[in-house]
Each structure stands twice: as structure tokens, then as C-alpha cells.
Design a binder for this molecule. Structure first.
Ligand SMILES: *Cc1c(COP(=O)(O)O)cnc(C)c1O
Length: 426
């Protein structure tokens, strides 16, 4: 079937993310991908500045990941995880426990990031109930966050971006504090610390947990904050008998310059969610890690099991490719790459500060963001960036990149010049 026929069927039947049916801007038809390049049906090649929603950190068709997948599929693609186990899952869980702070000991494998947040919340509520604190069942978060699209994660997404008004009466009403002051390097604001302290103290009796994205708020607005606020949250949650959940689905595996963003603060949460780059962008998989205290609490409670078990839990193909991806990260070369990318993004995006429509230019690790003073016209921006040979997916007032770690300086120059062009056209 030719490209036009496929796109007509796509428009007729295929629902795309965050889109009406049919979509307003027709999607590009991709026929292949290799390294950092997407190959389109019309013969064009685009340098991918998105890592396929921040997941494909090693690029596409990486020989090590391809081989891991092929080897595993020759053994078994899937078996149920109830009553059965296998080496790929055991290795993955053990590696995650080794990589993350010491007190995180137990791993629940999930099929997507949103599900890992559901599991994290279920763990927290069930733990509180097990110890006779069933009244502690609300969550506190700061505004500007994003934790996924199923209903529980939606309830802790930014109330405006998450359209809470549309879902009043449907979503559980969580406790929101203002977004953390912007700037990774900006000195911590004592009055914001007071705001956090007052809110946690006031709601302590009803709070099961505080949940936040550490250091970088991703899909809620691509904002960075000082790690000190995470240390403050750790102290306050301990003081008030509240659990602390870090959602590192976007920030995990090196994206911010540390293996996990929590390491910028030296803070260990009670529960940690990882996903996105976990499988190097090959397959859908996420994980929820927790402390022995939480696992023991649940396992000795009134319902002494964690009542969760996705059909494709612990999928061996996803585990095998995750193990291969973590293997590629193990030599620490990613750290050098992320530093190199950070420098290239800083240099490449600096001229944007002089563009009239640009309100802010910010870079942290392998994340580069141009924030405009008005919403981006998606159709125009897509036209401009693809004409410059790049693939980017701006949203709201943001033109940003989270490139694969294997991007060369020349690839990054394509991405940053496309970003500058899109901002100039806006
Ligand atoms: C993407 C994302 C999620 C949701 O993950 P899915 O795999 O899309 O369900 C949750 N939290 C954060 C921080 C994310 O970036």
C-alpha cells in the first residue's frame, strides 16, 4: 500500500495521542529508524531530538539491544509472572536494586509508567492501612507536575494542564502546593520552604504520601528546580509520618546528568518509579521500587498481598532489552555524553535569548528548552523543524529537546538550529 493510502486509513481509524479523531495535523509516516535518524516514507531523514518521548537513549537499532531482543525471542517472548519467574526479570530487579539507593530493595515490574505510579500509590495507601492509618489516603504534590494519564496519576498532574475542572467529582481531590520556584541553580527560597512545611503539617493526618518528579518537571512544563526542595520534602515527610514517592520515569537513567535525579539532592524516597528509558525505548516497561518497611507492612496487613498483576508483568523481551540497555549504561560513558550534550545545547540554544518571542532558555543535562511568550502553533513549528531536518514535538509554549545520548555534535547542531528556527518563526 502506498503512503497516501496508509495515511488515509490512519486518518479514518487510528487515534493518536492528545488528538481529536481525526487529528488536526496529519502525522508523518515513518518506515524505519537507525541511530538518531527517523526514516520517512517520502525519503526524508530527520534527526530525532525527542528520543521517542525521552526513551530511546541509545538511538534506534542499536546492535546490542537488537541482539538481546533476538536472543530472548528465540527462548521465550512471554510467560505469565504469577507462579513463574525467569532470569531476565530476576537480573533486571537485582540491577535496579543495585543502581538505586540502598534502602530501595523490592521491585514491582509494570507495563507502563502510568501503571507504575498507580502501583506506587496503591503501595502507599495499603501500607498506611496495614498499620492502622487508613485515614491517611490523600496525596500531596506541587503544581506543574505530570505523572501519567490513568486516573490516579491524573489526580496528581498539574490541575490546569491535567484539566481537573473537566474531571471534578471523578478524580480524587489531592492536596496541591504551588509549583517549586524555577531554576536548578537559583538559590532556594525560604518562603517556599515555609509553604511546603505548612501544607504538610496541616494535612499530615490525611496524607499517605507526597509524590513529585525530582529536579525536572517534564510533561507538566519542562521546569527545573533546586534539589534543596527535595531534601526539605524528605525531612518534612519523615517528621510528619508521610511517605515520599519520587517519579523518575522521565529523569531516570542519566537524563539530568546523574543516574537518578534524586542523587542531585542525596535523598532516598520510600518509593521510586522508573520507566521510559528503562528499555532503551524498545518496549513498554516500568518499575516501582520500595523499601523493606513498606513491603513488610503490606505483607503483614489485613490483605497481606499487593493486589496488582498486569497480564504482561515482567515480560521477558522487555526485561532482556532493559538488561542490555542498563548494560550499555554500566560503563559510565553516558555521563560523558550527557555532559557533552549539555554543553552543545547551551551553546546551540544561547542565541535564542535574543529572539523576541523567547521568554526563557534553559538547559540541564541532556534537556534543552525554549519557552515562548505564547503557545506554539504545532503545524507551523512541525513544518519549520522538519524543513531543518529535525524531529521535535513542541507543546504549549515549549520547544524542547531530549536527544538520544548517542547524538553527535553535528546531530545536536541540526536539532538546536531547528529549535532556533521554530522560535524565530513563532
Ligand atoms: C511519561 C511519564 C509518565 C507516564 O508514563 P507512561 O509510560 O506514558 O504511562 C509518568 N510520569 C512521568 C514523570 C513521565 O514523564
Amino acid at each position: 500500500m502506498d503512503a497516501a493510502a496508509l495515511l488515509a486509513l490512519d486518518a479514518a481509524h487510528v487515534w493518536h495521542p492528545y488528538a481529536p479523531m481525526p487529528g488536526r495535523v496529519p502525522p508523518l509516516l515513518v518506515t524505519g529508524a537507525r541511530g538518531v535518524r527517523l526514516e520517512l516514507a517520502d525519503g526524508r531523514e530527520l534527526v530525532d531530538g525527542m528520543s521517542s518521548w525521552w526513551a530511546a537513549v541509545h538511538g534506534y537499532r542499536h546492535p546490542v539491544l537488537d541482539a538481546a531482543l533476538a536472543e530472548q525471542s528465540a527462548r521465550m517472548s512471554h510467560v505469565m509472572f504469577g507462579g513463574l519467574t525467569h532470569e531476565p526479570a530476576i537480573t533486571l530487579a537485582t540491577t535496579l536494586v543495585d543502581l538505586t539507593p540502598d534502602s530501595l530493595e523490592h521491585v514491582f515490574l509494570c507495563d507502563s509508567g502510568s501503571v507504575s505510579v498507580e502501583v506506587a500509590v496503591k503501595m502507599c495507601l495499603q501500607y498506611q492501612r496495614s498499620r492502622g492509618r487508613g485515614d491517611k489516603r490523600r496525596l500531596l504534590t506541587w503544581r506543574g507536575g505530570y505523572h501519567g494519564d490513568t486516573f490516579t496519576p491524573m489526580s496528581v498532574c498539574d490541575p490546569e494542564g491535567g484539566m481537573h475542572a473537566l474531571w471534578r467529582g471523578v478524580l480524587p481531590e489531592q492536596v496541591f502546593v504551588p509549583a517549586p520556584p524555577s531554576g536548578f541553580g537559583a538559590p532556594p527560597d525560604p518562603s517556599y520552604v515555609d509553604t511546603l512545611a505548612a501544607a504538610i503539617a496541616r494535612h499530615a493526618d490525611e496524607l499517605a504520601a507526597v509524590i513529585v518528579e525530582p529536579v525536572v518537571q517534564g510533561a507538566g512544563g519542562m521546569r527545573f528546580h533546586h534539589p534543596e526542595y527535595l531534601r526539605v520534602l524528605r525531612e518534612l515527610t519523615e517528621e510528619h509520618d508521610v511517605l515520599l514517592v519520587f517519579d523518575e520515569i522521565a529523569t531516570g537513567f542519566g537524563r539530568t546528568g546523574r543516574m537518578f535525579a534524586a542523587q542531585h539532592a542525596g535523598v532516598t524516597p520510600d518509593v521510586l518509579c522508573v520507566g521510559k528509558a528503562l528499555t532503551g525505548g524498545y518496549l513498554s516497561m516500568a518499575a516501582t521500587l520500595c523499601t523493606a518497611e513498606i513491603a513488610d507492612g503490606i505483607s503483614m496487613g489485613e490483605l497481606p498481598v499487593l493486589a496488582h498483576g498486569p497480564t504482561f508483568m515482567g515480560n521477558p523481551l522487555a526485561c532482556a532489552v532493559a538488561n542490555a540497555s542498563l548494560g550499555l549504561l554500566a560503563d559510565g560513558g553516558w555521563e560523558h555524553d550527557v555532559k557533552r550534550i549539555e554543553a552543545a545545547l547551551r551553546a546551540g540554544l544561547a542565541p535564542a535569548a535574543d529572539l523576541p518571542a523567547v521568554r526563557d532558555v534553559r538547559v540541564l543535562g541532556a534537556i534543552g528548552v525554549l519557552q515562548l511568550d505564547h503557545p506554539v502553533d504545532m503545524a507551523v513549528a512541525t513544518e519549520v523543524v522538519t524543513a531543518h531536518g529535525a524531529w521535535l514535538r513542541p507543546f504549549r509554549d515549549l520547544i524542547y529537546t531530549m536527544p538520544p545520548y548517542v547524538s553527535t555534535d553535528a546531530d545536536l547542531a541540526v536539532v538546536t538550529s531547528a529549535m532556533l528556527a521554530a522560535a524565530a518563526a513563532a
